[in-house]
Ligand binder design. Structure first.
Ligand code: MF3
Ligand code: CO
Ligand code: CO
Length: 263
């Protein structure tokens, strides 16, 4: 039996857009404060405080036992990095910050990559990976429209990655997801798929697209120590960008678009 995909009413969408915009504002602000020497715990403290200040709740906190308010995933960490006072960001690191806010009874989920110490501090390989992961997200977004199916999103991402001619790995174990009143709901949005597969895309659906792209193999390794941190199996760098999208009559709206036009 397949869980049905919820369709949001115009009133739902108005409420949810606000949760999504709190998320976007926080991610804009993270870009202003992130710097070499900062611990990932400091990012958590900042995100937690700003979320509450904007009348929202950090969705990750205590979600299935997750102990912090944001996921911070540097370098070879693919996703679900747990903020820690002992993990210090270094000049030249790339890092994903994944924020989800709950407000008005709805969640808004988005993540971005940051270059610690600025773009020029990072290797050309890291820069290329981060850029490729962003283009992969937008390739997926281009496939979101009524008449297409959810699998067309993953097919578009895979086609784009193939077109680079490089052997990037697209992570399979973690996926995009429907969200709204729940943090994770149907549909599952896989990032590699066969065109024409999956559920039909319909106006009023809201889901994330969040491809994780590895510089090396697609294989993942889950920490046996904390049960959350997911790393590349081969130690290669990984990058991810995520938006929450709303399906419209002829395409989609980026609900977590940066109000400053940054993403
Ligand atoms: N924000 C993540 C996602 O994109 C989920 C994090 S779950 C947590 O789906 F428990 F680690 F916070
Ligand atoms: Co997320
Ligand atoms: Co998500």
């Amino acid at each position: 039996m397949r869980e049905t995909i919820s369709i949001k009413s115009p009133a739902d969408i108005e409420l949810m857009r606000e949760a999504c915009q709190v998320t976007a504002i926080i991610l804009d602000e993270v870009g202003d404060i992130i710097r070499p020497g900062m611990s990932t715990e400091e990012i958590n403290t900042f995100v937690h405080r700003r979320t509450l200040e904007m009348g929202a709740i950090p969705s990750p906190l205590n979600y299935r036992g997750f102990p912090k308010s944001v996921c911070v995933s540097p370098n070879d960490v693919i996703c679900h990095g747990i903020p820690s006072p002992f993990v210090l960001l270094q000049r030249g690191d790339i890092v994903n910050v994944d924020v989800t806010c709950y407000k008005n009874g709805f969640h808004g989920d988005s993540s971005r990559m940051y270059f610690v110490g600025g773009l020029a501090a990072c290797s050309p390989e890291a820069q290329n990976l981060v850029e490729t992961a962003k283009k992969a997200l937008f390739a997926g977004i281009s496939a979101v429209k009524p008449g297409n199916r959810v699998g067309d999103i993953g097919a578009a991402i895979q086609d784009f990655i193939d077109s680079t001619g490089k052997r990037f790995g697209i992570v399979r174990e973690y996926t995009g997801h429907g969200l709204g009143r729940e943090f994770h709901e149907a549909p599952q949005v896989v990032h590699t798929a066969r065109a024409g597969s999956g559920a039909p895309i319909k106006p009023g659906m809201t889901f994330t697209i969040e491809p994780m792209i590895n510089a090396g193999s697609a294989k993942t390794s889950l920490s046996t120590i904390d049960g959350w941190t997911v790393r590349t199996a081969d130690g290669s760098l990984s990058a991810q960008w995520e938006h929450t999208v709303l399906v419209t009559q002829d395409g989609c709206e980026l609900m977590t678009a940066s109000p400053a036009g940054l993403f």
